[in-house]
Ligand binder design. Structure first.
Ligand SMILES: Nc1ncnc2c1ncn2[C@@H]1O[C@H](COP(=O)(O)OP(=O)(O)OP(=O)(O)O)[C@@H](O)[C@H]1O
Length: 342
């Protein structure tokens, strides 16, 4: 194994997840593969509904009952063991033990993680005590206060004694982030963690995530719509479209030399810091297909100006551009004759 492979903490291979709803099957994840590395941040980007949260929830085995992992594997390399997450029971003891110090998740909606009937402090204390980050209740309370303070919550001594309903949305979000980070997990999954927060607090939280990554070798999977955040924080980027990762690789390479027409279109449709004031933003033409009535081949084909007969008939395999830069397109640069960079 080379150094790069040694640093892999989570390895997802050919993952297929279906949702069964009203006798209909929605193939939400259609064979995605990627690795999360120690001390690295991987960002997943893509339009709403492409499967970003389902990817995150699959790793944590937090899928709803109507979802099923059909095929593929999720390996978690933890404490010298190779744990096949996809083969564990969702609510089983082994998975419960992994959540927290092994893997922790920051959800889009803080109310998913906070229990309304316990004080915020007692919930953070419990996580600290359960995962051995505090020896007794007194020490746990001191650490909880410290964590809330780190999250920019004023009067933390008072706030630890309050209930979630006494917190604003942004404060609940920060309390949940404190709880997720308190266990110093080896894998942190953050699904749009700072959408409800103002930019100063957002910057503080990202600093804390970077601290955790560097001091604890934590691998971070970050889902965000904010390309500024991606440009600043990501080591690697995966671009998703309708359940497939269409491009993946080193963040700088993907952002500055996109090879998939969808990545290029996505980057052209949003303002990017540093590109100057007169950015000629172009919305992506067309809309995402109905998941129950998908095109046969490449899912992006109906919206793609490079579409050929081949694209409409089958999904291209992963092909390698350079290094670890992967693209699933029959017309990916540098194959495509006319450049799409201009
Ligand atoms: N609880 C559910 N019940 C039925 N279908 C679901 C459920 N959760 C997700 N899906 C299906 O999976 C698809 C992907 O959902 P997912 O939440 O992963 O999208 P996303 O990329 O995270 O979007 P967003 O950026 O809006 O959060 C959805 O379009 C939907 O078809």
């Amino acid at each position: 194994m080379n150094q790069e492979q040694n640093d892999v903490v989570v390895s997802v291979r050919d993952l297929h997840v279906n949702f069964y709803n009203n006798n209909r099957c929605n193939k939400v994840l259609r064979g995605i593969s990627f690795d999360l590395h120690k001390r690295k941040i991987m960002c997943i980007v893509g339009e709403s509904g492409c499967g970003k949260s389902v990817t995150a929830n699959s790793i944590m085995l937090l899928l709803p009952d109507l979802a099923r992992i059909e095929k593929g594997s999720i390996d978690f390399y933890y404490r010298g063991k190779d744990i096949r997450i996809d083969q564990l029971k969702r609510k089983g003891k082994e998975m419960r033990q992994l959540r927290g110090a092994g893997m922790s998740m920051i959800f889009q909606d803080p109310m998913t993680a906070l229990n309304p009937v316990f004080t915020v402090g007692s919930q953070i204390n419990e996580a600290l005590l359960y995962h051995g980050q505090a020896y007794n209740k007194k020490e746990a309370t001191e650490k909880s206060i410290e964590l809330l303070k780190d999250m920019g919550i004023s009067l933390p001594e008072q706030r630890v004694r309050e209930y979630p309903y006494q917190f604003s949305g942004g404060m609940s979000q920060r309390a949940m982030i404190a709880m997720a980070m308190s266990c110093r997990p080896k894998v942190l999954i953050a699904d749009e963690p700072t959408t409800a927060l103002d930019v100063t607090i957002q910057a503080q939280i990202f600093d804390l995530m970077l601290d955790l990554k560097n001091s604890n070798d934590t691998a971070i999977l970050l889902i965000t719509h904010d390309m500024g955040v991606v440009a600043e924080l990501a080591d690697d980027v995966a671009v998703m479209y309708m359940g497939n990762i269409v491009e993946r690789g080193d963040a700088r390479a993907v952002l500055t030399r996109p090879t998939h027409p969808y990545t290029k279109a996505l980057l052209d449709s949003i303002p990017v810091l540093g590109r100057g004031k007169n950015q000629n933003l172009k919305p992506i033409k067309g809309s995402t297909p109905d998941p129950y009535n998908r095109p046969n081949g490449c899912q992006f084909a109906p919206r793609c100006s490079y579409c050929t007969e081949e694209c409409a008939s089958r999904m291209p395999d992963e092909s390698w551009i350079e290094g670890g830069h992967m693209c699933r397109c029959f017309h990916s640069l540098p194959i495509r004759k006319e450049g799409i960079h201009d």
